[in-house]
Design a protein around this ligand. Structure first.
Ligand SMILES: [Zn+2]
Length: 325
């Protein structure tokens, strides 16, 4: 069954409108978004836990002082879902490997979850989440359905714009960024060389982990994400892997020739490119280093400070059209 058909079926079972155009869970099939007994409910398909296919659900309620209590109430009825709660949202994820779970079973899970939610959380519908003024329309704020009056929409936008400007104006400390980055890269080299020596192989994800580690250190030192910071992360990641190779060669030589490690390292560094070129793993290392650096540079983004409000519009499939099928 296609994702769209599955969602249409679930829409008929749950009486939740189906919006093909709102891909809030990542999948292009869209999502069901609506209200049930005063709670906002959204269900759709997406990815979770390292790219596993998953059914995803959001249940939204009035701000609660103790999200942990809501999690506890949902735990016994969550079925195969995993639950995470914050003060106004319970996010549920259920991964699957062979075919989507039966739509009827998901509808049943939803019913049980809502029944449990009613016992611990108050309804959210009918009022602005910020100021409490009457507001009937659900809309999406950065892909999360909620209630926001027009005045609070403007304010939220301004607040985030101000946060973006404040971030731009943060002081940068490149000296500290380089210092932290070099230390992190050095530790990365030792780990890379050590693992290669002990395991007799290298791993692409090793380069990515080093890159993430170096990236964290550089951004922490500099204070924010900038273009020079990204370039520094790429260069240091590559250097870290290559120096890690040098450590690996030196360890191997020192063991074989019973030489002192520092002497072996010096000799390796003096002939580094030649050794690296001749060794099969050397070429792969350079490739891995560049791929790792590229991925990490790409993924090191500035934090997003944007409030995007999208009205729900017209559902692609209403209950009546789904039932008529
Ligand atoms: Zn408001």
């Amino acid at each position: 069954m296609s994702n769209k058909e599955w969602l249409r079926q679930l829409s008929a079972l749950t009486v939740l409108p189906y919006y093909e155009q709102h891909k809030i869970f990542g999948d292009k099939s869209g999502a069901l978004i609506g209200t049930h007994d005063g709670y906002i409910v959204a269900v759709g398909l997406g990815r979770a836990d390292g790219n596993h296919a998953a059914v995803k659900m959001l249940l939204r309620f009035s701000k609660a002082p103790d999200p942990q209590r809501i999690k506890q109430a949902l735990e016994p009825v969550k079925g195969k879902f995993k639950v995470v709660t914050d003060e106004s949202t319970a996010a549920l994820v259920r991964t699957y490997s062979f075919g989507k779970p039966n739509a009827a079973s998901i509808a049943e899970d939803l019913q049980n979850l809502l029944a449990a939610l009613k016992t611990v959380a108050s309804q959210i519908s009918g009022k602005c989440e910020e100021c409490g003024r009457a507001e009937q329309q659900v809309l999406l704020l950065n892909n999360v359905p909620g209630y926001y009056c027009s005045g609070c929409q403007v304010q939220l936008r301004q607040k985030l714009d101000a946060a973006a400007v404040a971030y731009e104006n943060l002081e940068t400390n490149y000296f500290l960024g380089v210092l932290y980055g070099v230390v992190a890269a050095g530790l990365g080299s030792i780990a890379w060389g050590g693992v290669a020596y002990l395991a007799h192989r290298i791993f692409l994800w090793g380069a990515i982990i080093i890159g993430l580690f170096v990236g964290k250190a550089v951004v922490k030192g500099i204070g924010k994400v900038t273009w020079p910071a990204r370039i520094l992360i790429g260069v240091l990641t590559t250097a870290s892997v290559l120096f890690g190779d040098a450590i690996f060669y030196a360890l191997s030589i020192a063991a074989r020739e019973q030489a002192v490690f520092s002497v072996a390292l010096k000799a390796v560094l003096a002939n580094f490119w030649e050794i690296e070129r001749k060794s099969d793993s050397g070429v792969i290392s350079i490739l891995f280093a560049l791929v790792g650096a590229g991925i990490v540079m790409y993924s090191t983004r500035k934090p997003a400070f944007k409030a995007i409000f999208v009205p729900l519009g017209t559902p692609a499939s209403t209950l009546s059209s789904a039932a008529a099928k």
